[in-house]
Design a protein around this ligand. Structure first.
Ligand code: NI
Length: 394
């Protein structure tokens, strides 16, 4: 089957490059992927898939029917949105929209999703069950997966695969991670309310700036003394505002930050842990406080059996030297985790690095990919899907 998959992929390669360049040249921001969605829906229909548009606002779902001998549904998720970045590559197909760029490779993801649909729909022997392709909007604002799930995109799905490009892995290689791939990312806002006064007479005031400094210091130090060191936790206060004049004690400080963790128990305890620290310090010095803790996306935990399938599929297609087993998780976040609350899944990293030049990181205005990666992505996902149907693990 692998040789048939590779043959079809080689045949459609020029078309996939065309598709990728079209999507790249016409980027759309999160939640506004109208033209991208319509374009993707058109390609899916032309491959004979049944297509639903406006799933999860601007998302698209394409379903490839199987013979019906297997009741499971396999989902393959790719995302479609671009970023508010002015492209500074010199590509002929660079963004034609000022200030918007596919700088996170979602143009590649969508193309890989379409390519996989094309390959699987052209196999001489149809697959036993249904394959559902999810083209998700708004990944960059971590909303799209939730919208898709709310609209039933994961209904009856038994397993899901996802992919993200990775510039530090060379093109034609893939990265496989067992277990935790990305972090849970939450948002934190703390307001300290003290009492204003003369800068020369601190004993008659409640200094919100000084109390805020105690809160930040204690939060950072407490990570080292109260949190399990084997369970990573990063807390960054990225915004702080307060005070009006050099000789006036500030009565109010607002801080906002991001909290990243990898372990579900650490994640569960975070709001209470933070609130206790803030409350104790504020009580000691007579300040009032407010803590707002907003849960973001959970952490991506790759399912063992599905990771094995992806590893096996890539090893068979590309040989062991092209497989990188990733040893460390990332503290980045990815809303693929929202699907994993509905079904087990696995996300892999697709190498897109050029062998012969500097590779800019994701979200860089000069981010570029080696287009050879598209076929690597398509064959890997098509072969993994084929292998999924061969096994009855999930
Ligand atoms: Ni991305």
């Amino acid at each position: 089957m692998l040789s048939e998959i590779k043959d079809i992929a080689a045949k459609i390669a020029p078309r996939l490059i065309e598709i990728r360049r079209h999507i790249h040249a016409h980027p759309e921001l999160s939640g506004e992927e109208y033209q991208t969605a319509a374009y993707i829906a058109g390609v899916l229909s032309s491959c004979g898939l049944s297509v639903k548009e406006a799933v999860g606002k601007t998302g698209v779902v394409g379903e490839l029917s199987g013979t019906g001998s297997d009741e499971r549904i396999l989902a393959i998720r790719t995302d479609m949105d671009a970023l508010p970045i002015q492209e500074r590559t010199k590509l002929d197909f660079a963004s034609c929209k000022p200030g918007i760029m596919h700088a996170c490779g979602h143009d590649v993801h969508s193309t890989v999703g379409l390519g996989t649909a094309m390959v699987l729909s052209q196999l001489s022997e149809p697959l036993p069950g249904k394959t559902r392709f999810l083209f998700q909007p708004a990944e960059e604002i971590a909303m799209g997966a939730t919208w898709m799930v709310q609209d039933g995109a994961m209904r009856d799905v038994s397993a899901i695969f996802g992919v993200h490009v990775f510039p530090s892995i060379p093109a034609r290689s893939v990265g496989i991670r067992y277990g935790t791939l990305t972090a849970a990312a939450d948002e934190l806002e703390i307001v300290i309310q003290g009492e204003s006064g003369h800068g020369a007479r601190p004993h008659q005031a409640i200094d919100a700036i000084w109390i805020a400094s105690q809160v930040i210091t204690t939060l950072q130090q407490s990570i080292g003394r109260t949190q399990n060191p084997l369970r990573p936790l990063v807390l960054t206060i990225g915004e702080i505002n307060g005070g009006r004049a050099p000789n006036v004690i500030a009565d109010r400080v607002r801080m906002a930050g991001t909290v990243r963790s990898l372990h579900p128990e650490t994640h569960a305890d975070l709001p209470q842990w933070i609130e206790n620290i803030v409350a104790n310090i504020c009580q000691t010095y007579g300040a009032k406080y407010e803590v707002k803790y907003r849960r973001g996306v959970p952490s991506v935990n790759n399912n063992l059996g599905l990771t094995q399938i992806l590893e096996e599929a890539s090893r068979e297609a590309w040989g062991s030297e092209k497989i990188e087993i990733i040893s460390e998780p990332s503290l980045g976040a990815e809303d693929f985790s929202v699907y994993l609350e509905k079904a087990p899944g696995c996300m892999f990293r697709l190498g897109v690095g050029h062998a012969d030049r500097v590779n800019r990181p994701l979200h860089h205005p000069q981010f570029e990919i080696d287009e050879a990666a598209i076929i690597t992505g398509v064959v890997t996902l098509a072969n993994a899907s084929y292998k999924y149907w061969q096994q009855s693990i999930l």
